[in-house]
Design a protein around this ligand. Sequence first.
Ligand code: SF4
Length: 280
Amino acid sequence: MNHEGGTTMRLFDTTTLPPQEETSDKPVIGYVHSIESFGSVDGPGIRYIAFLQGCRMRCEYCHNPDTWNIGVGEEMTAEDILDDAMRYKSFWGETGGITCSGGESLIQIDFIIDLFTKAKAMGITTCLDTSGGPFTRDEPWFSKFEQLMAVTDISLVDIKHINSDEHRKLTGFGNENILDMIQYMSSHDCDMWIRHVLVPTRTDFDVYLAQLGDYIKTLHNVQKVEILPYHTMGVNKYHELGIKYPLEGIQAPTPDRVKNAENLLHVMDYTGYKTWRPKK
Ligand code: SF4
């Protein structure tokens, strides 16, 4: 998702493990790309972040194409994560805790339900980082999502593009189901941060930024809005994986354009995060 790296990140080999076999008598297995034990940008406070493997979107600016493959990664149970995470509990305070990111975290919704349910029982604050791609109101998925929201304290939601046609060009998929997920969160008292990556020639247009700003204004429970300036730090991964980099030659936005986007998204109006505390 927005996988900025950190001082304590551990990368796992994602090339050799077999796909998960789901049976009712086995623990739910998560496929983990990497762990960041001391993250400070993916959710409130200091957080232990599990970057889960797998994503179906193909955002042109994705700087983690190594998270795309589904069903590979380090196999971990909720207990494995919690045992490891608890070593950092003293840093979490009232707002820190565990974040599940990706890749696209919702690809492994069964695992996150298991992890967050056990985390909440231990009094740990939970945060879901998602782009919403897997969201559907079809069953049985939707009931699982409702179950997940009941044990999720806050969600970081990426809106890649407010215009569905442009969203499709940028990611390979339209945004209707993603906006539907956000609508669900807005109307069910689910706290969220909204994040938007500002990419010259892709998302950095006043008309779309203003539309996105207007849209966010209609939502409830938005604690924070963040502009994430596009950067080119992921380019080497494309070269290593032998994948053509779609945004070759496109530079990071200027500070002026970042400021402009922050104004159009009314970033300064969303201050709930400063005093935010988990409700559940
Ligand atoms: S949602 Fe986009 S940015 Fe996030 S992991 Fe998938 S392709 Fe990459």
